[in-house]
Design a protein around this ligand. Structure first.
Ligand code: SF4
Length: 152
């Protein structure tokens, strides 16, 4: 790209500032929180019109959304995915499970809570949280992401 490279990179960065791409990881959730997250993409909430979308690869994502209490079998994959998301990034815990283990707390199959495995920036409480709360949490995560990008 030569001399245009810095300009193109700045334009891409500017376009992506408010158009966060989410990577969703189910770390042992019952699917309740996953359903509420997917509901945010449906016509009623339609976060995609704001440029927010679910991304299939962590390497292209800005925000890691984790549901579930983090089980022994998901712990390693979670750490790998977190490392693959480029900095600056934001980690959002959706639901009460990643925060405390919730109904799974005390199980020998659980390695959580989430902040034992990766640093957590935002918690969206609830079992499960309603889609409106998820949208609010993602909006806060984007503000944090923008602040981190501007600080770089
Ligand atoms: S917080 Fe509740 S709804 Fe969400 S994964 Fe845990 S048990 Fe399921």
């Amino acid at each position: 790209m030569g001399v245009l490279e810095p300009l193109v990179l700045r334009l891409v960065d500017r376009a992506r500032r408010k158009s966060a791409w989410l990577f969703h990881f189910n770390a042992g959730a019952c699917n309740g929180c996953d359903i509420e997250l997917v509901a945010c993409l449906t016509p009623r909430y339609d976060v995609e019109q704001l440029g927010i979308r679910l991304e299939g690869s962590p390497r292209h994502a800005d925000i890691l959304c984790v549901t579930g209490p983090v089980t022994r079998t998901t712990r390693e994959a979670l750490a790998t995915i977190h490392a693959q998301i480029p900095d600056p990034k934001v980690v959002v815990a959706i639901g009460s499970c990643p925060a405390s283990g919730n109904v799974f707390a005390g199980s020998p199959m659980i390695d959580g809570p989430l902040d034992r495995i990766v640093p957590v920036d935002l918690y969206i409480p609830g079992c499960p949280p309603r889609p409106g709360a998820v949208v609010q949490g993602i909006a806060e995560a984007i503000e944090l992401l923008v602040a981190r990008k501007e600080a770089v």
